[in-house]
Design a protein around this ligand. Structure first.
Ligand SMILES: *Cc1c(COP(=O)(O)O)cnc(C)c1O
Length: 224
């Protein structure tokens, strides 16, 4: 745990000030978050609704919580309106549920649309075609309580940097063409890059990187 400060300094040194670092704290205890908080971090990423709610209870109120995990419709009610940004909106069904919950609370929920850029079938997200349709047909108009702030992507898990760069470039191009079509000022975030590939993501236009194990160490999935 004493390593967190040192690791954060090393990572911070690689991130320009205009790129936001989201510290991915999933599966790690609240004390780890407090340690990063004491070092000035305010953006934390979680992947399970239950765990997020428990942490919100005990941690400072000025933390910006990012939800980055696979999301089921029945969990959306736990995330709205306390989550600062939901990165992992992978289909329109989720948008409809977020709209319902946000409208109930009379708030606007900020989200990113997740795009499927990896080779792995198991990964989630809108296909390029679905995304293009969504904006060409102006379907976002159906969700007035949702603010679409940009795109999120997860690259293929590989040691081949060229492949990773290619995937990041694809989503960056998609981000640019979408921004032109959508023409909304709120559409300005590109969330790409994790512990092993965030420097590549920054080179390819990331505005947010999601870094977990490089800060907090390996996760123990057997706990909880
Ligand atoms: C867990 C997770 C991360 C962080 O992964 P690390 O490799 O630990 O940096 C980033 N993004 C998403 C979507 C995740 O689920």
């Amino acid at each position: 745990m004493t390593d967190i400060k040192t690791r954060l300094q090393e990572i911070r040194a690689q991130i320009p000030t205009n790129v936001r670092l989201v510290c991915v704290s999933k599966f790690h205890p609240a004390e780890y978050i407090s340690e990063a908080y004491a070092n000035g971090e305010r953006d934390f990423g979680e992947s399970r609704a239950q765990e997020l709610m428990q942490k919100i209870e005990v941690l400072p109120k000025d933390i910006r919580w990012h939800f980055i995990g696979p999301l089921q419709s029945n969990k959306v009610k736990y995330l709205v309106p306390t989550t600062y940004l939901i990165h992992s909106v992978e289909n329109e069904k989720l948008l409809a549920e977020i709209e319902k919950q946000a409208s109930k609370h009379n708030v606007t929920q900020r989200v990113l649309l997740e795009v499927h850029i990896a080779q792995e079938e198991s990964k989630h997200g809108f296909s390029e075609e679905e995304l293009n349709c969504f904006f060409s047909e102006e379907r976002w108009k159906q969700y007035p309580h949702v603010e679409i702030c940009g795109l999120m992507g997860i690259a293929t898990l590989t040691n081949n940097d060229e492949e990773t760069k290619e995937e990041f470039r694809t989503i960056h191009d998609l981000f640019n063409t979408t921004k032109e079509k959508y023409n909304s000022e709120s559409f300005c975030e590109l969330s790409i890059g994790m512990s092993h590939d965030f420097p590549l993501a920054i080179n390819e236009g990331a505005t947010m990187v999601r870094v977990g194990s490089a800060i907090f160490g390996e996760r123990d999935y057997s706990k909880k």
